[in-house]
Ligand binder design. Structure first.
Ligand SMILES: [Zn+2]
Length: 450
């Protein structure tokens, strides 16, 4: 074996070992959760749920367009001819949402770096792994070789960007230029490619990065050391000496499962919204129709197909039906989407282009956009993610109990409830903060109440 192969197999062995060790305890927690969310939904739902949902897209679109009107006249935010486009993204975001009125802007003051080689792209990750100088070099080469092989195998697939809050947001210019017979530098100057580059930067930094530096949940995740370890894990690498002990790893898995609609929904929505401000266009979102079709056409050999179909359809009914839904049922609905939908990521990815939780998360943000106004959305995401606990002092079963049995402590269920609240003055953050507290009994970040 070469030095590289050696290194890679050591990494994957470690990964297998720790994964196995974690799995057993988590399986027990997931079994408890499954019993909890598989209670029948039918009693709470009208019989004609499919028909009602069929009209939901139109309602979402109409409300979205109306809420936009209250946003004021949009001016092009970015000058795409400018070499400083990436640095301008933060400024445009802060300006559009009036961020400085509520929070210090410095927390976003770290660079977006367009990397022109794989080595450059992976260097910040490798540097964070605390390796010897020699191992660092070999790891870097292994990561670059692995990424090149992935791109070849999946015809240009791979990781386009990642965010290390406070350090940098890194974009994979090599991959953006892949297959185009042009240099990464030139790809940056090609309008269609630049559009994807900007969308990726926004998703990573102003989507996930924003929640990491401004939300209570982001602070907990930082304390758990999740973000760094998860980023390394995304590339198939664990730090040589695993920075997460197994309890913290399991806590991290539960926490990510409780907040994936908030994380991916917000990141997916803002990724479409902000670049669309450049051209002053109405941004696209996933049609609910397409989701209903994907659910109706689950493959014939899906285990418990009818049950799964009914549960997913019922969950969508609860989330997007135009009538009041009790918080306990919103919690049940987001759990079905996360856990049951999450078992069919490949299927939904194939049908919709993204796993189900991204699509449903985005649709919840669109529903919120129509009801709250687009300018309230970063703050609605922060209110949804305004839960906190001391990771040192909580056992795994207590954390499971906290996140998944009380709707007010589950970030995704909080988002679902917020998305249904209708503001009298759309785009008015103080009204959002006041009513989230008064009507939903949510804890609200004090910054938003000023
Ligand atoms: Zn994401």
């Amino acid at each position: 074996m070469t030095n590289l192969d050696n290194l890679k197999s050591t990494f994957s062995q470690k990964l297998d070992q720790t994964t196995q060790q974690y799995k057993t305890r988590l399986d027990a927690e997931f079994a408890t959760l499954r019993a909890q969310y598989r209670r029948p939904l039918t009693a709470a739902l009208p019989a004609d749920i499919a028909r009602r949902l069929a009209g939901a897209d139109e309602r979402l679109n109409t409300q979205q367009a109306a809420a936009r009107q209250g946003m004021g006249t949009a001016q092009p935010l970015l000058n795409l001819q400018d070499d400083d486009t990436l640095a301008e993204l933060d400024r445009a975001f802060a300006h559009k949402f009036d961020l400085g009125r509520y929070y210090p802007l410095e927390r976003l003051a770290y660079p977006i770096v367009y990397c022109e080689s794989l080595e450059e792209f992976f260097t910040p990750i490798v540097e964070s792994l605390h390796l010897s100088a020699q191992a660092r070099q070999a790891t870097l080469q292994a990561m670059a070789a692995e990424a090149a092989a992935q791109a070849e195998k999946y015809r240009g697939g791979g990781t386009f960007g990642y965010n290390l809050a406070g350090v940098g947001c890194y974009l994979n210019g090599w991959l953006f230029a892949y297959g185009a017979e042009q240099s990464p530098r030139l790809a940056f100057q090609t309008p269609q490619r630049l559009e994807r580059i900007l969308a990726t930067a926004v998703h990573e930094k102003l989507g996930h990065g924003f929640l990491e530096v401004y939300s209570a949940l982001g602070e907990v995740k930082n304390k758990l050391g999740i973000t760094m370890a998860e980023t390394a894990r995304r590339f198939g690498y664990l730090a040589a000496d695993n920075p997460l002990d197994s309890l913290r790893h399991d806590q991290a898995v539960l926490l990510n499962r409780a907040s994936s609609l908030v994380e991916e929904g917000w990141a997916t929505w803002v990724e479409a919204f902000l670049p669309a401000q450049v051209s002053n266009a109405q941004h696209a979102h996933y049609p609910l129709e397409a989701v209903l079709a994907a659910i109706a056409n689950l493959p014939a050999d899906t285990p418990n197909r009818q049950e799964l179909h009914d549960d997913l359809l019922g969950a969508l009914g609860l989330l997007f039906m135009d009538e009041p839904v009790p918080p306990e049922l919103l919690l049940q609905a987001v759990m079905i989407v996360n856990f049951e939908g999450g078992s069919y990521d490949d299927y939904f990815q194939g049908k919709l282009g993204q796993p189900l939780r991204y699509v449903i998360g985005d649709l919840l943000l669109v529903q919120a956009e129509g009801n709250l106004g687009p300018l309230c959305l970063p703050y609605a995401a922060l209110i949804a993610a305004n839960i906190t606990f001391d990771p040192q002092g909580i056992s795994l079963s207590d954390l499971r109990e906290m996140l998944f049995s009380k709707p007010n402590l589950n970030p995704d269920a909080r988002l679902a409830a917020l998305s249904r609240m209708r503001l009298e003055t759309p785009n008015h953050v103080p009204e959002l903060a006041r009513r989230a507290e008064a009507e939903l009994s949510f804890s609200v970040p004090p910054e938003l109440k000023r």
